[in-house]
Design a binder for this molecule. Sequence first.
Ligand code: XIL
Length: 357
Amino acid sequence: MRITRRTALAGAAATLAAPAGRSLRQRAAGKGLLYGSAVSADLLRTDPAYAALVALDCAIIVPEIEAKWAATEPEQGRFSFAGLDWMMDYARCHGMAVRLHNLAWGVYNPPWLAGALASGQAEDVLRHHVSAVAGRYAGEVLAWDVCNEPSDPRWNQADDLVNIGWKKALGAGYVDAAFAAAHAADPNALLFINDDLLEYEDAASQAKRDGYLRLLPRLLARGVPVQGFGLEAHLRPERKLAEKPYRDFLRELAGMGLVIHVTELDISDRTLPADVATRDRALAALARQFLDVVLDERAVRAVLTWGLTTRHSWLATAPEVARTDGLPPRGLPYDGLLQPTAMWRAIASALDHAPGR
Ligand code: XIL
């Protein structure tokens, strides 16, 4: 389905609901940055008020699920591109850049994949999938998350790579194979590793940062075309941010020539009290503290939240992040009624205070 006049008109209506003054998109652009969000094609089609806010605030979008394996190749060799095709069209019509997510991950895979990987077909399956999916949108994509969450020190792997099906089948070289296939399919897209749980002061986060500072130079030294690093940043108010070590980590990534995107920023408020004002204060303070550190690093070129509104967010439903008292979460730029939250204002102000690039 092509973009309709209705979608375009919805964009104009957004000026009524949105906060006064400049949009996040405009504020980011003033600093040489892109602001954007994870989105859903179905919701953009069916919730015009939500679509209007996306059109207003986002200069870049990433499909929350439409580019994952389970969506694009639900059965082996049968590809499904309806959602992604629509979204690429939507982005083109609205002058938005696109990140796509992702090409190799341990989860959100179709049920058939585990069997195929275990039966010696891994390399063919990977090449076929990446060339079909990344090849289809070649030239239209700013960035691809090629390997998603490949490292986790809790698994204590000598090569710093989690032992997912891809690694069991192809060894550590699955990363090389995925990047090579992505580069061949779309030589213009920036190719990323994307990961979470790097932001905190605790030993687990430190170990993960250290792991990446071992892994990335190894990959780059053997010519793997890693060009970007995605900081998911699913933040937790109960964990303390590591300001100085995190800054140093970002500097190291930049020193390797990598572009950095904040890819999935949101804040789970499950451990915060019910009172909305208290929650908003904590969420805004954490968003601002995080973004002030991150935006100081000039290699950071884009900030995406994992959703724009808590009306449609995994923060409301996924057991690992949702509140247990059933109250609607508040850790995104708009609440369930599409009113801007304290987090919207924190992001706006962090963008306004960021150095230009
Ligand atoms: C999540 C989506 O938000 C859910 O809708 C889906 O069911 C599972 O994946 N890290 C990632 C994202 O890289 O792909 C995840 O998104 C959230 C954690």
